[in-house]
Design a protein around this ligand. Sequence first.
Ligand code: M6R
Length: 365
Amino acid sequence: EKGGYEHFMLKEIHEQPNAIKDTLRGRIVNDNEIVLDKVNITKDEIDKIDKIFIVACGTAYHAGVVGKYVIEKFARIPVEVDIASEFRYREPIINKNTLTIVVSQSGETADTIAALKEAKRNGSKVIAITNVVGSSISREADDVIYTWAGPEIAVASTKAYTTQLVALYLIALDLALKKGTIDKEYAKAICDELKQLPDKAKHILDYKDELQEFAANHFNSKDVFYLGRGLDYAVAMEGSLKLKEISYIHSEAYAAGELKHGTLALIEDGTLVIALATQEHLFEKMLSNIREVTTRGGYVLAFAMKGNNQLEGIVEKVLYIPKTMEEVAPIITVIPLQLLAYYMAVEKGCDVDKPRNLAKSVTVE
Ligand code: M6R
């Protein structure tokens, strides 16, 4: 049932090229038209939306953080991302001009269901992104976009996250095209890139051996810091959660610009830092943050976009993300971080598929 893999998590990491392909299938037509069969939001409705909430827990919340950047960039509608257990109790400001997007792999997370109901009760339309057909969330929401990731067994979410990102990009494009905030050529360029991601995701899996070796040398780390700017910051959060969840190594994700506001005090000789530098328009800024770390003796593993060699010789190790548009990079950047967390956990002898204290589906609050 594990298809020859040692753990479900590793199997599911490898299923991502196909899961991404399946989630895209039939949804981009004529180069740049988006077809979301169970989403019935009209141009009229979209024009009235003055705020979008994305609400979810854990990894699905991290997907929402990427969704915020992308929807705001493409559709120019303000987006607030919230943790479901916070949203449901804080009387969020919602009305009929609010659109709420809930994200849940299982479709059964108690807090996310409660948040969905709270949004509906206040007159918001709710679109659900979920992986389980017929789940509570798919039934309660007005509209649904399914992620066709297939069953996810490992507690640590991998292919659900990458397909949630795909779904959020599709929503962002759909809203933007209907609203007229994105030009058709740019939309086509994004669509073309999305279609190439399954292949690129496959290539990035080739880093397996290198990451395994890296993990073998670093699994004794006490603290690991993940740094990034913009979309890389969103991916850093997910990379950090993955590591904590399955390897029990303490880690934190920081927006790299925040370093000097406190975190830099934690960097000492040999501290492991994972620096994400795929966002070309933020590269120079990221480079100075990386220097802040290396100057203090931090040990940096960086991820950069293929073709940009500027980190060579500055950090201990650079791995390259197959060249893609920086807007869609998160979908593939996260994959080596999943592998890194996986191998760290394996090296430590952890129960990778069933980490202590955690359940796959959190159906009680
Ligand atoms: O089924 P859901 O997407 O609603 O689950 C949300 C979280 O419980 C889940 O993503 C959790 O954070 C994962 N174990 C993280 O890998």
